[in-house]
Ligand binder design. Structure first.
Ligand code: DX5
Ligand code: ZN
Length: 224
């Protein structure tokens, strides 16, 4: 008997979008089948680049009904979470490397009435999540070192995704397992086999020489 394939969500990362036409690009991604809109917030400190802040999240909020999946690559994220929640974020993900008081940070995000995620850099082991795992709505496994779009997928992360999938399943947790970095039609099936259920993709979706619709269709087709 055929095993039914799991429901996979695609989360285009606007990092590779045309920032001069951000609203239009978000609306287009929404229309052609994205599941989340992934928003990369960088502070030039935790990661080398600076991208956008809460006002831009508020601006794109008007162009989509999809969940805004806000990935904070910033130091001291607790100082910013309220601004992002007020701007319309549906999911706020912080990096564990920036949160010495992760239990408190997770509770603070939940207290704002939004979903909470925690991200792990490639070099950070999944054990660091153990004490908070059951409180999370989402875990984000970085499959590149954060800071830039268009990098190459780190294949060693497949084992990490599989380990985390096993841990979630062992504990009966419905926490979403998201991967971010270098995802395209080649690696999408591999991360899904390893246990990922939400795939972020930037360079493979925006400015990839094809329409957003074609790009999303190509990733979905790779999963069949
Ligand atoms: C990397 C960001 C990613 C990035 C993914 O620091 O967190 O979301 O935009 O882009 P691609 O798919 O181009 O690696
Ligand atoms: Zn991201």
């Amino acid at each position: 008997m055929l095993k039914s394939s799991p429901q996979i969500k695609l989360a285009p990362s606007i990092l590779s979008a045309n920032f001069a036409r951000l609203g239009e690009q978000v609306a287009e991604a929404t229309k052609v089948g994205a599941d989340y809109i992934h928003v990369d917030v960088m502070d030039g400190c935790f990661v080398p680049n600076i991208t956008i802040g809460a006002p831009v999240v508020a601006a794109i909020r008007r162009f989509t009904d999809l969940p805004l999946d806000v990935h904070l690559m910033i130091e001291t994220p607790e100082r910013q979470i309220k601004q992002f929640a007020d701007a319309g974020a549906d999911i706020i993900t912080v990096h564990i490397e920036t949160c010495p008081h992760i239990h408190h940070t997770v509770q603070a995000i939940k207290g704002l009435g939004v979903k909470v995620g925690v991200a792990l850099n490639p070099g950070t082991p999944i054990d660091t999540l153990k004490e908070v795992l059951s409180s999370l709505d989402l875990v984000l496994v970085m499959t590149v070192n954060p800071g830039f779009g268009g990098q190459t997928f780190i294949e060693a992360m497949l084992d990490k995704v599989a380990d985390l999938r096993a841990e979630l399943d062992k504990n009966g947790l419905a926490t979403e397992l998201e991967v971010d970095g270098g995802i395209n039609a080649e690696f999408a099936p591999q991360v899904v086999s390893a246990g990922a259920r939400v795939l972020v993709a930037g360079a493979a979706v925006f400015n990839s020489g094809q329409t957003i619709e074609e790009a999303l269709r190509k990733i979905r087709a790779s999963l069949l």
